[in-house]
Ligand binder design. Structure first.
Ligand code: KG4
Ligand code: ZN
Length: 344
């Protein structure tokens, strides 16, 4: 079955064509960074309008790149939540209308399930069960994954998501939007252990996270040191490094704990912060030391993309799942409400 995937939950319009026999045929992405940059963050109304502008041209482009006509599509998968409601509705409207016009089924995909399954697009994908660490701009969570659609959340952020903490800390240091990748780049020139930030919630049992205190810690460190600083750029970089080290250490401690508690020997990492090189290296090291496997999506499939939606949707469509014609989307959608695949 050939499936068109549509992602439009936030500030990226992603389209992809996935063939259940041949794999991923094509994917294209339009980022809205320029639209939102002058406002320092995502403006929901502008996001919806930009999705509307790009959804149809990108659909045509991705079909052309895949070398197929629209009548060869067997189904359409679209992100139905969680996310910005207007942005989601833009994608849902196009997906539903196309499916109706082509007389093919359309299936709702949970954005975080898309992220979680993205590592399975790669060669040598792990089998079930595994522990998934999802670290995006909107969510940070650890899940025990028994099978597709059977997700038990075993830990989550009580306040800011890891990506959100990266973005807010970057903004506070004047690094603009989207700050996460810029802060990570800056951390590369930061010196280790010039500052030491806390590793929140690691000194007690449990798998929950709390990252919001780290940005305050970064702000105080910046305010207390910048007056006397000879080299402000180096100071910024040292703070970025201390912040990144604290987030990475915290994630590592919780991942190891989650693997021990669940008895799993496979870890899957996904979501935008999964693109962080430092996190990837340190997790790989930990995996080698403690004999578990770790899988990541390729960098471009860590952040939002259409491929993960086409893939997740194709699994559900092949299992016979689809929804009726109503154009529907939800800003909030607990992952644990998802259905397992009927065939399991
Ligand atoms: O998964 P994603 O594209 O969107 C959501 O579903 O939220 O994640 C975006 C988040 C942003 O907060 C961004 O700053 C963060 O991922 N991010 C990074 C890196 N690349 C993206 N954070 C740290 N290091 C990176 N290299
Ligand atoms: Zn995402």
């Amino acid at each position: 079955m050939i499936v068109l995937g549509i992602e439009s939950s936030c500030d990226e319009t992603g389209l992809a064509v996935y063939d259940s026999e041949k794999g991923l045929l094509a994917h294209v992405l339009h980022s809205q960074v320029e639209v939102h940059a002058e406002y320092g963050g995502v403006v929901p109304e502008l996001a919806s309008r930009d999705h509307i502008r790009y959804l149809m041209p990108l659909t045509e482009k991705v079909l052309e790149q895949a070398g197929i006509g629209k009548h060869e599509l067997g189904g359409i998968a679209y992100t139905a939540g969680p996310g910005l409601i207007g942005a989601l509705m833009s994608g849902a409207s196009v997906a539903r209308s196309l499916a109706w016009a082509l007389d093919i089924p359309a299936v709702e995909v949970h954005h975080m399930e898309g992220h979680l399954l993205a590592p399975l697009l790669e060669a040598g994908a792990p089998g079930f069960p595994f522990v998934a660490l999802l670290v995006s701009g909107g969510h940070t969570l650890l899940a025990h994954v028994a099978a597709i659609g059977r997700y038990e959340i075993i830990g989550q952020s009580l306040d800011d998501a890891a990506g959100e903490a990266f973005d807010k800390t970057a903004k506070m240091m004047g690094l603009g939007y989207p700050g996460g990748p810029v802060l990570a780049k800056l951390a590369e020139t930061g010196r280790k252990d010039i500052f030491r930030f806390p590793r929140p919630m690691t000194d007690r049992p449990g798998l929950d996270f709390s990252f919001s205190g780290l940005k305050t810690f970064a702000l105080n460190t910046w305010e207390n040191n910048r007056q006397g600083a000879e080299d402000r750029e180096q100071l910024r970089a040292d703070i970025a490094r201390a912040f990144e080290d604290a987030v990475v250490d915290t994630l590592l401690i919780k991942c190891r704990r989650a693997l021990e508690q669940s008895g799993c020997s496979r870890l899957v990492v996904a979501g935008g912060v999964g693109a962080n090189q430092h996190l990837r290296q340190r997790l790989q090291q930990l995996a080698n030391e403690h004999r578990f496997s770790v899988s990541f999506p390729r960098l471009e499939f860590c952040t939002d993309n259409g491929a993960m939606i086409a893939f997740a949707g194709s699994l559900r469509l092949q299992a016979g799942q689809s929804q009726p014609l109503d154009i529907d989307a939800r800003a909030r959608w607990p992952m644990e409400d998802l259905l397992p695949l009927a065939k399991q």
